[in-house]
Ligand binder design. Structure first.
Ligand code: FES
Ligand code: FES
Length: 152
């Protein structure tokens, strides 16, 4: 079936099965490989995108549930105010190690900052708890979110 979806401000038509995960559509149909596959079961956060501004696991979001929602991916997050601050702080704090989890981390962090510009430590812990980093960059992630919340 053909679905018309809005990704990063662009209307896209994709011809896929109803139950195709959004992650597959982004990566395999639209060629947007910044969003990563980790577990496929909503357990790791590697596949996080924004759906109407809310951090969402694209591996368990089927294409038939998207409707008119606005999807934002790591490819365009730098064009948002919170995303730009988060990306700068990530670079300043040298957060990234292997990098595999980091698209998802940045998407969760930018959604947090957009909805809560001055998060407490517990707000950060709660918002980021679903994003796993096997390299253990959690301390730098927290420092970077705090830097971004201070305005960069
Ligand atoms: S790949 Fe989606 S949460 Fe792990
Ligand atoms: S930076 Fe390697 S998994 Fe997070």
């Amino acid at each position: 079936m053909v679905f018309v979806i809005q990704v990063n401000g662009t209307v896209q038509s994709v011809d896929v099965d109803d139950d195709t995960p959004l992650l597959w559509v982004l990566r395999d149909v639209l060629g947007m490989t910044g969003t990563k596959f980790g577990c496929g079961m909503a357990l790791c956060g590697a596949c996080t995108v924004h759906i109407d501004g809310v951090a969402s696991r694209s591996c368990v979001t089927t294409i038939d549930s998207i409707g008119r929602s606005q999807i934002t991916t790591i490819e365009a997050i730098g064009a948002t105010a919170s995303g730009a601050k988060i990306q700068k702080a990530w670079l300043d704090r040298e957060v990234v190690q292997c990098g595999y989890c980091q698209s998802g981390q940045i998407m969760s962090a930018s959604a947090l900052l957009a909805s809560n510009p001055h998060p407490t430590d517990s707000d950060i812990d709660e918002a980021m708890s679903g994003n796993i980093c096997r390299c253990g960059t959690y301390i730098r992630i927290r420092e970077a979110i705090k830097q971004a919340a201070r305005g960069g």
